[in-house]
Design a protein around this ligand. Structure first.
Ligand SMILES: [Zn+2]
Length: 186
């Protein structure tokens, strides 16, 4: 039976690059891959998955009210989702059912927690339902493992606010819990 995979890491942990490398490997072997990301931030005119290392591939977008059945075609044999923390719980459940009913492997890449260390609903459901869960590690500036996606602006770390900010001037950086707690951005 096909599995549901969740690969989670902080921002800057090369999740998108890894998602695109896995897509490439499948394509090289002749598989048809459905590449998807949730439609949260629509500032990007063309739907693409983009990695900081320079890889970029066109993808399909899925809005909160949509289903993967709307995107899935007969030819697709694998589903890869980037930014999977923005999926709804229902969409994750649909992905799980696709692995069971259609024997399609589903690989999801995303953040585990938000800027205030709280779980994203999509990630929570992925942690509950995935057969395979692997952390993609990244390093804080102090050398410890980064676990927090710190949101900051020119005044320092931001600790309160909405889970998702679209088009704001806030930025994110991966920190260990101690540096995040003590407000050490550098
Ligand atoms: Zn640190």
């Amino acid at each position: 039976m096909a599995k549901l995979y969740f690969r989670y890491g902080t921002m800057g942990s090369s999740k998108s690059a890894q998602a695109l490398m896995v897509e490439f490997n499948y394509m090289e072997r002749g598989y048809n891959v459905l590449l998807v990301k949730p439609a949260v931030d629509t500032r990007d005119e063309k739907p693409v998955i983009r990695s900081r290392v320079g890889l970029e591939r066109p993808c399909k977008l899925i809005a909160p009210g949509e289903t993967f059945a709307d995107l899935l075609e007969e030819k697709h044999q694998v589903i890869i989702v980037d930014e999977a923390q923005f999926l709804t719980g229902q969409q994750v459940e649909e992905l799980k059912n696709l692995t069971v009913d259609k024997d399609i492997p589903v690989l999801c890449y995303g953040l585990r927690t938000d800027f205030s260390t709280r779980m994203f609903p999509g990630s929570a459901r992925l942690l509950e339902l995935s057969e395979s869960i692997v952390e993609i590690k990244s390093i804080c500036h102090c050398g410890s493992k980064a676990t927090v996606n710190a949101r900051f602006n020119e005044n320092g770390i931001i600790r309160e606010g909405p889970q998702v900010v679209i088009g704001g001037n806030e930025q994110y950086t991966p920190l260990c819990y101690r540096c995040w707690r003590e407000g050490r951005l550098k």
